[in-house]
Design a protein around this ligand. Structure first.
Ligand SMILES: [Zn+2]
Length: 248
């Protein structure tokens, strides 16, 4: 299935070069660390710099742009169909991550106060091309990493989020994984992960073709539900656990 969950695949020349040097691989949860860290051999200091939410920042809140989704003024008591889908799928995906590690302190809660939200959820129906034409985004959803600037803390949803074939809850699980700091598990042939400047992803444990953070390279579950795998849960507990212990 040639469906991209998000647009973390670019044609940036330097990254294409990286792809040429790196084999296609599938690994368990990867977090972002400084460029200087060595693959599989990060020091304790480098692990402390891993791009995850600090213990006092893990009560994450989101504001849903109901006006964009519904094309009218927000009315929380009577959401439109798209807003209802976002509310339900995001809450379900959040619950799965929260339940994966009840002692990690990670929570995702909707707020109606845009100015106090950790991130915004937007509906992007079309993007403007250089030619001046508008077209539907070529991603289903895309999100951000923990140290993104406030203005970039946006979870974007395109029309294809609502029209399938991927399960909205599965897409949300994957995007919340990025928001927690997890990079893609794998690089599909011909695709490149676009990671933040000065950061790279690092292998945490072992291969996991079932991870929620894999890119869909034709190996999605038949219904595209993308649950958290056993290794996802185990790694998440190690990375966000009460006692920070670099997975090994
Ligand atoms: Zn992704």
């Amino acid at each position: 299935m040639d469906v991209r969950i998000d647009k973390l695949c670019t044609t940036v020349l330097s990254l294409c070069l990286c792809l040429a040097l790196m084999p296609v691989r599938a690994t368990a949860l990867q977090v972002l660390v400084p460029m200087s860290a060595r693959d599989g051999a990060a020091t304790q200091g480098e692990w402390r710099q891993a791009e995850i939410w600090a213990k006092d920042q893990r009560a994450l809140t989101y504001w849903i742009d109901a006006e964009e989704l519904c094309g009218r003024q927000p009315a929380p008591a009577t959401p439109c169909a798209r807003e209802a889908t976002v509310v339900a799928s995001l809450a379900a995906a959040a619950r799965d991550w929260e339940n994966a590690c009840p002692t990690c302190g990670v929570s995702f809660t909707r707020t109606l106060d845009r100015d106090r939200a950790t991130f915004r959820v937007r509906y992007i129906s079309a993007v403007l091309l250089r030619s001046g034409e508008k077209q539907q985004p070529d991603y289903v959803a895309r999100s951000f990493y923990p140290r993104s600037e406030m203005k970039n803390r946006v979870l974007r949803l395109s029309p294809s989020f609502f029209s399938g074939p991927l399960d909205p809850i599965g897409v949300m699980r994957h995007e919340l994984g990025h928001i927690l700091g997890y990079a893609h598990e794998n690089s599909c042939a011909g695709k490149v992960n676009a990671l933040p400047a000065n950061l790279r992803s690092i292998t945490v444990t072992q291969a996991d073709d079932r991870s929620v953070m894999r890119q869909p390279c034709g190996n999605m579950t038949a219904d595209g539900t993308t649950p958290l795998s056993a290794l996802d849960i185990a790694d998440h507990r190690k990375i966000y656990g009460p006692v920070f212990a670099p997975p090994g």
